[in-house]
Design a protein around this ligand. Structure first.
Ligand SMILES: [Zn+2]
Length: 379
């Protein structure tokens, strides 16, 4: 299984699945959800028994990368954010897609767990017998001279080592409540059982990325949250950002005011158009923040606002929805030559947020008339 040709069926299956989904018809949030779920479509037989060669992992990651950014092989689009930020855990500020390498290692390490925690099972006894390991189950983990599949499994130890994860961090023996019996538990997971996803996240967290904190709000659609996540990093296709990446734009000036270059911070926060909207939004929320001039400042303000976590998340959601709506309105102006009056856009923002909070946030009882007076209603 070290040969690339043996993995060709895996590549083909992956490719086929992504082709069927048609990246062009989906939003960024939709494509993100699909590249996460495509891991579940990898043949687990291959991934749980064999360490995939680096070339295969690269090929699979490239297919996911191109799909996310709306391209295909031979038709590469701009990749706005580095892949390590996309795969990084949400708790580390990433998009939580998870790497295929970590997934592969976590699946393989599960065999160690099963071998130790199920010593009485027929297969564990058979393996012990074949490899002459009776009475020394610990050795199975590091014996690289083992033949066959167990060689692969033993070799994955080096992938854990690279992340500073020891065997004892994956499994340790603890006494049970019933008496002196010892049983294996997995310190990585909260319930003590080995979980592939928990291990994968642990493995992914070892490659640090500098993104900063980002909070996800459940009532806000993923396409809106990911837009804000990108805007915070200046990674949305503004005129300035496109021009920096070699795209020919007629002008880099802001389409609304025409006075300043169009960056994320200008278009979403500093432009007179955005300022008017944000002033009304803040009035609606009954708050008066100071010194807010960037997307980062705005999100930072909301993240540290007040003492009620629910209200804080609602405020963040309102800011995400507002910035996304300003971006949509900007696109309508640029591509369709439709210019929305700020008052009209404000109406759209309030009603869109109302629908998200009421239905996605499961606040069925809130009424439109109350919502217009107080966006923190129902908390
Ligand atoms: Zn402007």
């Amino acid at each position: 299984m070290r040969l690339m040709k043996h993995w060709q069926p895996v590549i083909e299956r992956f490719q086929k699945k992504l082709t069927i989904w048609k990246s062009k018809t989906l939003s960024f949030g939709g494509r993100l959800t699909l590249i996460k779920s495509v891991l579940g479509n990898l043949p687990t037989y291959f991934m749980s028994l064999f360490v995939a060669p680096a070339g295969i992992i690269d090929k699979l990651e490239k297919l996911r990368r191109n799909f996310l950014w709306g391209g295909s092989e031979g038709n590469s689009k701009i990749h706005w954010v580095s892949w390590n930020k996309i795969i990084a855990n949400k708790s580390d500020g990433g998009l939580g897609v998870g790497s295929i390498k970590a997934f592969n290692t976590a699946l393989i390490v599960k065999w160690w767990w099963r071998f130790r925690s199920e010593p009485e099972s027929i297969w564990a006894k058979a393996i012990s017998s074949i490899h002459n390991l009776q009475g020394k189950p610990d050795h199975i983990l590091s014996l690289k001279t083992l033949p066959g599949v167990w060689n692969n499994i033993a070799c994955s130890k080096k992938d854990l080592d690279k992340c500073g994860i020891t065997i004892n961090m994956v499994m340790e023996k603890q006494s049970t409540n019933e008496g002196d019996d010892l049983k294996w538990t997995c310190p990585l997971s909260s319930n003590g059982n080995y979980q592939v996803n928990t291990s994968r996240r642990k493995l992914d967290s070892c490659s640090s990325v500098d993104i900063g904190r980002f909070e996800w709000v459940k009532e806000i659609p993923i396409k809106v949250s990911t837009f804000t996540w990108r805007a915070k990093q200046e990674r949305i296709p503004t005129f300035v950002a496109l021009s920096k990446r070699g795209v020919n734009v007629t002008s880099t000036m802001c389409y609304h005011c025409g006075e300043v270059e169009e960056t994320s911070d200008h278009m979403l926060i500093q432009c007179s158009y955005a300022k008017t909207i944000m002033k009304w939004i803040l009035k609606w929320c009954n708050i008066q923040p100071e010194n807010i001039s960037t997307v980062h400042d705005t999100l930072d303000y909301a993240s540290n606002w007040g003492n009620c976590p629910k209200k804080k998340r609602r405020l963040l959601g309102i800011f995400y929805g507002t910035m996304w709506s300003i971006w949509k309105s900007r696109n309508d102006t640029v591509f369709n030559n439709k210019r929305l009056q700020p008052m009209k856009l404000m109406d759209i923002i309030m009603s869109t947020l109302f629908i998200w909070v009421k239905y996605k946030g499961k606040c069925d009882s809130i009424r439109w008339s109350d919502w217009c007076l107080n966006p923190f209603i129902g908390l």
